[in-house]
Unconditional design. Structure first.
Ligand SMILES: CC(C)(COP(=O)(O)OP(=O)(O)OC[C@H]1O[C@@H](n2cnc3c(N)ncnc32)[C@H](O)[C@@H]1OP(=O)(O)O)[C@@H](O)C(=O)NCCC(=O)NCCS
Length: 197
């Protein structure tokens, strides 16, 4: 099967939300949000400041196999989303006591664990996920991310991954990321690129 990456438009967001909901661990805050809220979340990233690709089979523009969101200014957009949707998020958590309980436990254990100090890269990967029936799509997406970085003078790309997410950790090691720090139950990983001067 051959793939291509295309820029996301609003019509893709429903499929992006489906893949997100199916693939992100349920102890990840966004992995347990409802579909409407996930669509709202991802619509924050349809801006020029960041890149947002979906991977589809060559010749198709639907049947999305995976997606990736990365670039500049992501933490600010996540905070804005949380601020503007605080009520919906609280309502969602109240309707899922077991998810809330797991989330609180995770936050508490993060508070009592020591965290490293580090400088976060300006460019970050926010999300990368593939549909269940896909093989090699993650690597294909990461290759598109690499091409973007080398083509746009990005020298450093960072990301956060839960220490328990073994599949993603393997994937990031395989695609050239290295652990730089441990913070709140997550590893902060980075990859560097040669920038032509
Ligand atoms: C992380 C993710 C995007 C990787 O995509 P993928 O399509 O599975 O990756 P690939 O098929 O290209 O595999 C690349 C490497 O990832 C690792 N990997 C993939 N699936 C794995 C699994 N089930 N268990 C362990 N390692 C795995 C392997 O090192 C693999 O290399 P190999 O095939 O030579 O062994 C995908 O697993 C995913 O959607 N995970 C759920 C969402 C998520 O956790 N995203 C990251 C949040 S920080």
């Amino acid at each position: 099967m051959s793939f291509k990456c295309i820029n996301v438009s609003p019509i893709h967001l429903d499929d992006v939300a489906l893949i997100h909901a199916a693939s992100y661990p349920s102890d990840h805050i966004s992995g347990s949000m409802g579909r409407d809220l996930i669509v709202k979340y991802y619509s924050e990233f349809l801006t020029d400041e960041n890149a947002f690709y979906v991977c589809v089979e060559n010749g198709l523009t639907t049947d999305i196999k995976g997606f990736v969101v990365f670039g500049k200014g992501l933490p600010g957009k996540v905070s804005k989303f949380k601020r503007e949707n605080r009520l919906d998020i609280i309502k969602f958590f109240l309707s899922r006591p077991s998810v809330s309980f797991r989330f609180i436990l995770k936050r508490l254990s993060a508070i009592i664990q020591n965290s490293d100090r580090f400088d976060e890269a300006e460019h970050l990967i926010l999300s990368i996920a593939v549909s269940n029936d896909s093989v090699g799509v993650g690597s294909f997406l990461m290759n598109a991310v690499d091409n973007y970085c080398t083509g746009n003078g990005v020298d450093k790309l960072g990301l956060y991954v839960a220490c328990s997410n073994v599949r993603a950790l393997n994937f990031y090691y395989k695609t050239g990321f290295k652990v730089q720090a441990f913070i709140s139950g997550q590893y902060y990983m980075e990859k560097t690129f040669e920038v032509a001067r």
